[in-house]
Structure formats: C-alpha cells, structure tokens
Design a protein around this ligand. Structure first.
Ligand code: GLC
Length: 648
C-alpha cells in the first residue's frame, strides 16, 4: 500500500509539471527575451486542468474582496468591476491598491500567472470619481473626428491603467438602428461606415502593436458581437418590466447582418488589432421564423468560431457578457458546454452575493466535469487558455504585474479635461438657428432654465459612478450652466422651472432632456425598477423619447418672454420635439451626453468654437417613425442623418 501510495504520489508528482523554485534560472515562460508564442506554449505545458480552467474564469470584485485568497485557491485568471463596483474609497490610489491586492493573490499561485482586471471605461474611466468623463459615443460620432476619438481613447487608457485595471470593455462597435434602444448612446451612429471610422478609439486604448505593455495603454474590447443594435422592438414586452428591445432578436437577413453587424468587426480585428471581443446578449433569426428559431450569440459557434476566429483570423480572446451563458437553452451544464464549444474563451460569471446563488464557483466544477467526461476536448481548453495568456504576455503583466502609477497624477488633469471640452464642443449639432440666434452675445442678459441645465449627473448619463448613472451622481467638472456663467459678461438668471421673472431683453437658453439610464433600463417602455444604490428605492424615470411636461412648459414660458430662445437637448438619443414647440424656438441644439466638461457647450453657444457637429443618427418626427435610418425607402425625418448647421 505504502509503495503504491508512494508510487502513486510519485506518479502524481511526475504528472504535475514542475513549478519554478525561487532562485532557479527563469523557466522559458518567465523569460521576456523569448517569443510570446514560445512562452505561451511552455506555460501551457506546465498547467494542470484546474489551472487552465481558472484562467478561463472571471469573478466580480465583490466575490473576492473580503478574501482574495479565493483567487489563489481557484487560480482565477481575471476579476472585473461591474458598473458602480468600486473600492470603499473611490480614489485612484484605492483602485490601484485594490487591483494590486488581487494581483498579489494571483501571483501566489503555483505558476504565478498574473491576473487581468477589466472595467467599463466606456466614456473615460467613468466608475472612478475624479476621472475625466468624456461625451458618450453618440456625441463622439457627431464630431466625425477620428483623430480626436483616438486621443480620447489614449487618455481613457492612461487614466484606467494608472488606477489599476489593464482592460477596458470598450468600444461598443454597435450600429444603433432603433433609437428606442437603451444603449443607443453607446453607439457611434446608425451606419457601419461611421462606426468603423470611430474605431480609432481602439488605437487610442491599445496603442500600436507592441505598446500594450505601456503604462498608458489597456486591452480593448470590441462589443457586443454581433448585432446588438439590430434587435427588433417587442411591443408586447413594453411596460411589463422586461426589456422591449435590449438583448432582443435581430430579425434581419444574413446579408443585412453581414453589412450592419459583422462588418465593423473586420477593421477592428485587421486594422486596429483589438485584443478581445465580447458576444452580445442578442440573438439572430435570419429566416424570419418563430422566436424559437433565434440563436443566442453566446452559443453561436458558426459566428464565433467559424466567422470571427477562423475566417477573420481573430487571435485575441472572447469574453462572455455578464452571466451571458445563463441565457442559453438547457441546464447550466448544457449552457457551459454550448458556450465553450461555440468558441468563447473567458467567462464573466460573477456571484456578486447576495445577487446570485452561484457564479464562477459553479462554472469551474461544471467545465471540469465536461472535460473529464470527454464532452469538451482539451484542445478547446488549450485554445482558450493560449489566447488569454498571449494577452497577458502582450500586456507585460508577467514582467510588471503591479500597477505602474507613473500617470496616476494625470487622472482628471486640466490637459485631459481640455480634450474632453473640445470633444463636447465638436459634438454639438446645430439643428435650427433662425435669424442667426447663435452665437449669443456675451454682453446680453441670459435666462437659463430646464431640467438638464445644472445637473452633471444627467449630462454624464449612464456608466458614471454607478451602472445606471444618476441625477444625483456628482463628478468634478462643469455643468452647462457653469459654462454659461463663465462665458457670459451680462447677467445670468437661472430658474430650473422658469418660475423666476424673466428680465426685459433677456435671451433664453432652455436645457431639456433625459435622466440617466443604462442597457434595457433605457429602452422606451423598459423597466423602471430602482437599481443603483443612489436610487434609494425610488423607481427610475420612464424613458419615452418625449420631453417631460416640465421641460415643455419651461420652453413655452421662456420662449414667450425672451428676445431669442435656444433649446439644448441633453440626451442619449434624439427626442421628439412637437411641431408647436419647435416653431417657438429660435435655435435648437443636440447636445447628447457631454460628460464632465459642460463648458464645451458654452464654447459653441458663445462662438468661442464653431458648430461643426453632424447628426450620427436620424432625428425622427415621432417615436412611431422608429426604426428610421438613412437609406430607408420611406424617409421623412425631422432632421436627416448627417445634418448639422455650421457657424464656421
Ligand atoms: C454589461 C454590459 C457590458 C459590460 C458588462 C460588464 O451587462 O452588457 O457591455 O461590459 O456587463 O459590466
């Protein structure tokens, strides 16, 4: 027995690849002078199945923050911050300390494979208080300025990596076709051509090939693969608490799908070398059959392995969306099997107690059993792990696993905010300008009203401090009113509901628009549950694409009593301007979601910068016109795609 045991133990020892002892010569995978492919192959050959599956597993920070040793014992390859999941004190140093604490736990594993930390830096590092908050993508699409968008990506990467995370779940290369979708603002626009032109953001985030290990670069993610913006609206779901359009079904032909959904991924891979791709929650149904025929993207082997990996030669790795595999048919074992065999490499399986009973702690044994039972071949596991390891070597994490804080002092710097302010100015789209109302004269008395004139939470939108964003989410920066007060030389009167007396000869500025939301919560007819801590149990405002009664009243009041009247729409998408209201306004501007630097709006209002913005999406007359896009046969919008008056 002893001999057998000893023999057995010996056999296990032989089976178990050797791990490096301190002071030994570096093993090949530890030698940065060797080609990455050789380091990957050497390391892979040393890994046990448990270590391989650990690399494919991503936890949420809440799951491990109290006990980072869970990272060590489960050999976890990645941790993320979901929207709003931030360290107790939301400062750059606390973020970096947090990521480094988790990293040390990863380095304590047998082979010391470093962790990769992901976060939604979708308009700057929006979760981090004090980060520069840029306009959301729809505003960037309005700038038609690829170089500026690259610069914004670079600043975003610098502020993200300096605070710890080495991976941004951005950019969304979605083509938004129905503005009733709550994620319209995450899209650069309604045409693949415009979206592709804005993929310079990937270059900003990652730098050129070979620069990923720099302290001011992060791995980027092209998302959500594919067709997240093509889903059709389900009227029966509106008002029921479900998402009427987000995560829905693309009822398009394969030809339309190729053009509108897949085509943005070709330059993202071949020209911009994006390092990761995230599948969409949505489904495809090319035959116009019943809903049952729809195939979830998270289980679509033909598109993930067939098209993305084999045809497009994508060499990065595929990360699921948030518990995305649990939307696949069948029990959990069937879901894991389908997703792994479809070609997904890493699994965002947060537990986030008390939200979910299980997550990655169920994923690991389930996949282990599938491999043990021969239902998932080791070759598929090795493909996934090799892709993940390659990204970690490219990021320089084996040589520099802890946060390089060189740029931590530049987070939210004046220089960064100046770039954001320029982006705000370039994103403003002038839709109407009767008798050259704009630019305003600095000496004029100005009367400012409207729900979004002095609310930095509303002007920043979702993915800011919390997942959903919030009207009470305050970040350092300038509201639009702040900007007007600094630009005007005459008196400025502010009254959110226009109840204050309007001075004689005053010009009027009314800032209307939406309250923040993210994902399906922003769907027209979407749920209004209270979600974020800041909601304090209050249900979220219903999103309708219509102006609120208060905003409409403020426009009527101010436009009736001022010498001229300018309306600014601060929103994640076009809003309906009733004809009677439109005739009352002299100037109309689409301001989108400008972020922290509201002063950029004042720059164009007062002529310090010209209006150059062009509509990235069609502006409808009514919600009933949705979906309405350039190229439609019946195309009679209020303002067409690409429209924008100039004051150059
Ligand atoms: C969300 C979003 C995705 C995001 C991820 C992590 O559900 O769909 O865009 O990157 O979860 O927060």
């Amino acid at each position: 027995m002893l001999a057998v045991l000893a023999g057995g133990a010996l056999a296990v020892a032989l089976l178990q690849p050797s791990s490096p002892a301190a002071g030994d010569d570096p093993l090949p995978y530890q030698d940065p002078t060797l080609p990455t492919a050789q380091r990957v192959s050497d390391l892979l050959g040393r890994m046990t199945l448990a270590e391989k599956i650990g690399q494919m597993t991503q936890a949420e920070r809440i799951d491990v923050d109290a006990d980072p040793s869970l990272i060590t014992t489960n050999a976890l390859g990645s941790v993320l911050s979901g929207g709003g999941s931030v360290p107790a004190s939301n400062t750059p140093e606390a973020w970096a300390d947090m990521v480094d604490r988790y990293q040390r736990a990863a380095l304590d594993t047998r082979l010391g494979i470093p962790l990769i930390y992901g976060v939604d830096s979708v308009h700057g590092h929006g979760n981090l208080l004090g980060a520069t908050v840029f306009p959301h993508n729809i505003g960037l699409g309005a700038t038609r300025d690829p170089k500026l968008v690259e610069k914004i990506g670079h600043i975003t990467a610098e502020e993200t990596r300096a605070s710890g995370p080495q991976w941004a779940f951005a950019p969304c290369v979605c083509v938004a076709r129905d503005d009733r979708w709550g994620r319209t603002y995450e899209s650069y626009g309604e045409t693949p051509r415009l979206v592709k032109s804005m993929e310079t953001s990937i270059d900003g985030l990652q730098g050129k090939p070979g620069q990923l290990d720099h302290a001011d670069r992060v791995l980027a993610t092209a998302k959500h693969f594919a067709g997240d913006g093509l889903t059709s609206y389900d009227e029966s779901a509106a008002g029921t608490g479900a998402y009427p359009i987000d995560q829905g079904i693309d009822r398009v032909t394969r030809k339309e799908f190729d053009k509108l959904a897949l085509s943005p991924y070709v330059p993202a891979i071949k020209k911009h070398h994006v390092g990761s791709v995230m599948p969409s929650f949505s489904s495809t149904d090319f035959n116009g059959g019943s809903t049952a025929d729809a195939v979830k993207m998270h289980g679509n082997k033909q598109l993930i392995t067939g098209w993305l990996k084999n045809q497009q030669k994508f060499k990065g790795f595929v990360i699921t969306d948030w518990r995305g595999i649990r939307q696949l048919p069948g029990d959990y074992r069937a879901q894991v099997k389908a997703a792994v065999l479809a070609g997904i490499d890493m699994y965002m399986e947060p537990i986030q107690a008390p939200n979910n009973p299980t997550g990655w702690d169920e994923f690991i044994p389930t996949l282990t059993d599938l491999v043990g039972d021969g239902e998932v071949p080791m070759a598929r596991i090795d493909d996934a792990v090799s892709r993940i390891l390659k990204a970690k070597f490219d990021l320089g994490l084996f040589e520099h696993p802890l946060t390089d804080r060189t740029h931590i002092g530049d987070i939210g710097s004046k220089a960064h905010r100046a770039v954001a302010r320029r982006a705000v100015a370039e994103s403003q789209v002038l839709l109407r300008n009767k008798q050259r109302t704009l630019p305003l004269k600095a000496k004029d008395t100005v009367y400012v009203a409207g729900s979004n004139a002095d609310n930095i939470g509303n002007q920043a939108g979702g993915w800011t401090l919390t997942w959903q964003g919030g009207s009470t989410n305050v970040v350092p920066g300038q509201t639009i009113l702040d900007g007007i007060e600094k630009a005007a030389k005459g008196d400025v009167v502010y009254s959110v509901d226009a109840s204050k007396r309007v001075p004689r000869k005053a010009v009027g500025v009314v800032v209307v628009g939406e309250t923040p939301y993210a994902e399906g919560f922003g769907d027209v007819g979407g749920p209004q549950w209270a979600y974020d801590p800041g909601d304090a149990g209050q249900p979220r405002q219903k999103q309708t694409m219509e102006l609120s009664k208060a905003d409409k009243q403020a426009v009527r009041t101010v436009c009736a009593r001022t010498v001229s009247c300018t309306v600014l729409v601060v929103s994640g998408r076009p809003m309906i301007i009733p004809p009677a209201l439109l005739t009352q306004t002299d100037a109309l501007v689409a301001s989108w979601l400008p972020g922290s630097e509201g002063g950029g709006v004042a720059d164009v209002l007062y002529g310090r910068s010209p209006f150059i913005g062009k509509l990235p999406v069609t502006w409808p007359r009514t919600v009933a016109q949705e979906p309405i896009n350039v190229g439609d046969k019946q195309y009679n919008p209020l303002y067409r795609y690409g429209f924008g008056l100039s004051t150059r």
